[in-house]
Each structure stands twice: as structure tokens, then as C-alpha cells.
Ligand binder design. Sequence first.
Ligand code: NAD
Ligand code: UDP
Length: 319
Amino acid sequence: MQTVLVAGGAGFIGSHLCKSLLSDNFRVICIDNFITGDKNNLKDQLQDQNFKLIEADIAEKLPQSLFAEKIDYIFDLASPASPNKKSPRSFINHPIETLRANSFGVYNLLNLAKEKSAKLLYVSSSEIYGDPLISSQKEDYFGNVNPNGIRSVYDEGKRFGEAVTMAYFRKFDLDIRIIRIFNTYGPNMQVDDGRIISNFINQAIANKPLTVYGSGKQTRSFCYVSDMVEGLKNAMFSQKSKGEVFNLGNPKEMEVLEMANLIKKMTKSSSEIIFEELPEDDPKRRNPDISKAKSVLGWEPKITVEEGLEKTIEYFRSL
Ligand code: NAD
Ligand code: UDP
């Protein structure tokens, strides 16, 4: 049986990845410090004898027990991910931790991968494109990033994470790949994480005002989590991904206001839509060009926004 280490496995995407890997018959070790994730996301996984949870910070010296393990694959998803400063889970409120996770943390996991001759997948973000001047964004676009603005701890953190991952590939021929995730949503998002889908659904089902930031004309492209997990696995297990960078996301682009109206309609909510101040450096457009993932990995998302929202609304109603 092969062993997969998932860093950030108690988080939203990581918990789905752990579940999926267990059902594919891998042994799964999750390492997480619960800074933004939650042990509740791992209720089912903890019942599985092939699952092990280690509570630790990847930016600190890694636990000795990890070095005693046979590890074949490492997924690194460990980083705060929400830009909303109103949320206690936001990277804006954990600036140093975010920089450390994507620097010392990635470096520690790369060294572990080197020692174990394991394959590693580093999860980067569409945020490395900053406020893009071109749309859609292709992997060879360098981006338009404010290097010291309020979001820079995340944007520059992810850019460093990419750089150090590529350095281990070039210097040591380590078997790595980098995935730039675009907005992903679904069950196991935290109610209070401040991201658009969790905010709008929870506001709508409580019949509270939906808070649109700015004019709502800014765009995002929304990928359902099961599609993302398939993409991450394809990228890790493909023979053709070593040393490569891939965008993963759903190319259907929507305005934020359009999403507010859709969620209001789908939840049959009586909420009003209110407009609040646009956060600093909020990207105006974000839309992945996924032609590389399609041609090299044979991957594209299958779940429509309506189908994904239906499942996510059901999840939040069940809490
Ligand atoms: P999340 O906050 O739910 O999950 C991140 C997990 O990492 C949490 O469980 C957290 O406790 C853990 N973590 C953070 N720092 C850690 C550290 N130093 N040591 C150990 N564990 C640590 O967020 P998510 O949405 O599931 O995001 C997962 C990954 O995907 C992140 O790297 C994020 O940057 C990236 N990403 C997500 C999106 C999205 O739309 N969800 C978009 C782009 C990139
Ligand atoms: N947004 C919003 N209302 C909210 C939360 C987010 O209008 O309650 C907007 C936010 O300003 C951004 C988009 O929705 O333009 C997506 O925000 P999110 O925090 O999900 O992540 P981002 O894509 O900015 O990383």
C-alpha cells in the first residue's frame, strides 16, 4: 500500500482529498495545525485504519515520527486561504503564519520529499497573477502583483513557494509539480471563513443581507471541490506533470453580483443585496485558461455552478 502525506488535510479542499485518496486505497497521513481548518472535517477519515492525523505546523521542525514513515507522495495544501479581513481565518489576520507556511513550510516538505524520494505537489493559487491585466490567465503570464500590499503575504508567499519548489526540481531533479487553484467551493468550507460562496449562502439562508463588495462587477470563476480533487490527483499521478505548472479551475466566469442573485434565487431567500466597500487590491477579473490541464492531464471540470451550489447549500443548511 502506498502512503500519501496531505499537509493541510483538515482544511476544506484537503479533507476531500484525504477522503478520496482513502477510497482509492492509499494510506493517508494528514499533517495540520488547525489554524484555519477543523478536525470536524475529518470525522469519517478518523474512523479509517489507513488514516493518521498528526497535529503539527509544517513551518516548524517536522515531527520525527514523519521521518520514520515510508512516504510516496506529498500534497502541500497547508496555508490560510481567505482574503477577507473580517474573518478570523483570513490570511490578512495571520500574515506571518501565511508567509511561514509557504516558505519554511514548503522548504521542510521539499526536504522530506528529497529524503523519501517522494513525489510532491505544491498547491499555489490564482493569486500569483495578482490583479491580472490579461484575461483569461495562462500559466506563462507573470501577473500583476502588489509586492507589499495587504494581500502580499499570500500572493508573495505563494510566489516564493513556487520558486523554492522549482529550485528543488532544477537543482535536485525532485519530482514536483505546481498547481494554481482558482476559486473553489463546496461542503467543509468554514461558515466564518469570509469567502464569497460561504458568505452569500449563509447570509441567504439566514435571510440576512448579502454583502456585495464594490459594484459587484468584478469576476471570479468557480470550481466545485470534487472536480478540484480529481484535478489534483490527475496532476500528482500523471507521468507528464514533473516540473510543470498547471492552472486548475472552472473557466465559467461570473460577476460577483450575478453570483449573489443566483444564490438568492436558489435558496429562495428574502435577503436584500447590500453594497459594501471593495477590499484593497481586490482583483477585477479572474478566469483560468485550462487548455494545458486539458491537453496534458486530460482534466476539465464536470460539475455546473448550479449543481455545485445545490450541494453546498444543502451542506450549509444541514449544519
Ligand atoms: P483551508 O484554510 O480550509 O485549508 C488549509 C489548511 O491548512 C487548514 O486545515 C489549515 O489549518 C492548514 N494549515 C495552514 N497553515 C498550516 C501550517 N503551517 N502547518 C500545518 N497546517 C497548516 O483552505 P482551502 O480553501 O482548503 O485551501 C487549501 C489550499 O488551496 C491552500 O494552500 C490555499 O492557498 C489553496 N487555494 C485555495 C483556493 C480556494 O478557492 N479554496 C484557491 C486558491 C488556492
Ligand atoms: N466578496 C463579496 N462579498 C463577500 C465576500 C466576497 O462581494 O461577502 C467578493 C470579493 O470582494 C471578491 C470576490 O467576492 O471580489 C471573491 O472573494 P473571495 O473572498 O471568495 O476570494 P478571492 O477570489 O478574492 O480570493
